[in-house]
Design a protein around this ligand. Structure first.
Ligand SMILES: C[S@@+](CC[C@H](N)C(=O)[O-])C[C@H]1O[C@@H](n2cnc3c(N)ncnc32)[C@H](O)[C@@H]1O
Length: 134
């Protein structure tokens, strides 16, 4: 587990890139669609209205697509600037999600969720059949 000072430097790193985070993807919308499709089809089938906890949501690129697909999303990120960017993104789209600045090492909730999503960039884009990976 990262030390407190490593966590602080993670926050500085992600705060600094928050405003342009999604632009590091060549096609951000395709990435978001792909993540939603993975969530909806991988494992138990999820229908609109299902509750999703998204860990490390960054600037809300996928959060927005999940909300657009009808999921009730709680999204968590360590970086306040990422959560701020996610708030702006969701507001622009006229969508709702619960957005929280929190460290997943300490995050506690009494809520239950139908699915938990923790995507780290686009690793599963390289798999032609991600559901067979695990
Ligand atoms: C590589 S980005 C991935 C973001 C997004 N899920 C994606 O796939 O593009 C990692 C994100 O996780 C967040 N993060 C890192 N450590 C965290 C922690 N301990 N708790 C919550 N979020 C964390 C960072 O602030 C950053 O926004």
């Amino acid at each position: 587990m990262p030390s407190p000072s490593e966590k602080e430097s993670l926050v500085r790193k992600y705060d600094a890139i928050a405003s342009a985070y999604a632009t590091h993807y060549r096609d951000p919308a395709a990435v978001a669609r792909r993540h939603v499709a993975l969530l909806a089809r991988w494992g138990r089938r999820l229908d609109p209205g299902a509750t999703v906890l998204e860990l490390g949501c960054a600037d809300g690129l996928v959060t927005e697509a999940l909300a657009q697909a009808g999921f009730r999303v709680t999204a968590v990120d360590l970086s306040p600037a990422m959560i701020e960017a996610a708030r702006r993104r969701l507001d622009r789209a006229g969508l709702g999600a619960k957005l929280l600045v929190a460290d997943i090492d300490e995050f506690e909730t009494s809520a239950t969720f139908d699915a938990v999503l923790a995507m780290m960039r686009n690793f599963f884009h390289y798999s032609s059949d991600p559901s067979s990976t695990v």
